[in-house]
Every structure is written in C-alpha cells, then in structure tokens.
Write a protein that binds this ligand. Sequence first.
Ligand code: NAP
Length: 244
Amino acid sequence: MSKTVVITGASKGIGAATAILFARKGYNVVLNYCDSLQSVKLLSSSLTGQGLSVFTVKADVANKLETDFLINESINKFGAVDILINNAGISISGLINDMDLHDSDRIFDVNLKGVYNCCKSVVPAMISQKSGKIINISSMWGQVGASCEVAYSAAKAGVIGLTKALAKELAPSGVTVNAIAPGLIDTTMNSEYSIEEIEDFVSKIPISRMGTPDEIALATYFLASDDADYITGQVLGVNGGYVM
Ligand code: NAP
C-alpha cells in the first residue's frame, strides 16, 4: 500500500517541489495551503492529470483546530499519515526596532507554533501505528542568526530545539524527527531582495549559486525514506557550504 505524506505549505516553492517528488515516487500526497488557492489548484490538477494521488487541504498551521482538521482529513482520505513535512513558513525582514509586533507574532505563530501544532496533531496517530517520520524545514538562519531577521532566526532556532526534543520523546515509539536547514534557495520567499543583494550573498556561498527547491526536496525525501531509519534528532544543512 502506498505511504501517505502530509506537506504543509505545498502551494509553491520548496513545498510544491517536494510534493511533485513524492507524488512521482508513488506516495499519496496531501497538499496543504493557506492563501494560494490558485497555485495549489494548478499543482493538484497537474499531478492528478499524471494519474498521481493527491488531496488538497486548506489549513492555517498557526491554528491548532485547523492542523487537527488537516491531519484528520488526511487520515480519513488515505487511512494513515506516514510522513509529516513541516515546510510552511513566512519571512518578514526588518530591524527589530522597526518590526511591527503583529508581524513578529505572525512569524513565531507560523514558523514555530505551526510546526508544534502539526506535530501535536499527528503524534497520537504515529504513536499508535508505532511508526512515522517528521521532517521540519528550519533554516541556516536558525543556526547562525541573520541581521534583520531576528524573529525569523529565533523561530527557526526553535524548530531545531523542537526537533531534537521530540526526536528523543518519540524514538521509543518508532517515530523519527529530523530537520533540514536550507541555505539561500531560489523561491519567491527571497523576491524582496534586489539582484545586487542576492549576488552579494551568492559570492559568500562556496558552491557559488543559490540552491533549488528540488535540492531541498531530495534531502527531505532521503530523511523520509527507510534508508534514514537510524537517523533522528539531526539537522541536515543544505546550503552550498555556506558557514558564517
Ligand atoms: P514560499 O515559496 O514563500 O512558500 C511558502 C509556503 O508556506 C507557501 O506554500 C505558503 O502557502 C505556505 N504558508 C505560509 N503561511 C502558511 C500558513 N499559515 N499555513 C499553511 N501554509 C502556509 O517559501 P519557500 O522558500 O518555499 O519556503 C518553504 C520553507 O523553507 C519555509 O519554512 C522557509 O522558512 C524555509 N526556508 C526557505 C529558504 C529560502 O531561501 N527560500 C531558506 C531557508 C528556509 P500559501 O501561499 O498558500 O499561504
């Protein structure tokens, strides 16, 4: 029987690339989105048009009732959730002095509380089936911190702490929990930066280019596979060798 993967924030960018990879590999894929209905519709119809198994659920990961709905709908549709990929995220940059509290609250609510909510919603089912894989998309900024991204860096560092703690808690139940810390990846999340700012950043990356969403999808796919059964509580940097 095909395994089922729930991918939060699958309407575009890294989440969409991950959904395409898992669907092509034969998984049942739950596409979660929050605002981008048109994008998720296009993705869903393209995948179903190829005969692949996908199901779309709207849910704001910052809201626990909605993450419960996401996981329950996924189980109702496919019978189980084998893999949860916590990918949904937002970025709002600015100096801490200029940052609106509403914006920083939203960064914490989506990027950290959203991961916590989805884990809390899925953990009872994974414990009772005695198996599961959770992969959290953090960021290199959660490892080294970024100026003008204090809330984002703190939330992503929180995701790393959550990953390590939950890995210990769930290991006896046969569930692994790992994180990926992407570097600079070519998605709309970075569209607020000018070409000059991107070029300046790229000049500091040893591999001398941005990463692609597909490269994050492939790393996620490995951590979700049986080949990664003995890996838990780890943070995999996919960053072109960037170290600050
Ligand atoms: P993106 O293209 O902006 O996509 C973000 C996704 O998150 C969208 O599908 C969006 O869905 C979803 N999302 C946002 N708020 C949500 C909410 N409240 N509930 C459910 N879904 C929500 O960004 P990306 O670059 O692919 O980023 C994906 C993940 O990688 C994020 O966690 C990001 O922090 C992380 N990351 C990215 C980079 C990078 O350089 N791009 C680097 C490090 C880490 P809707 O549009 O439907 O709301």
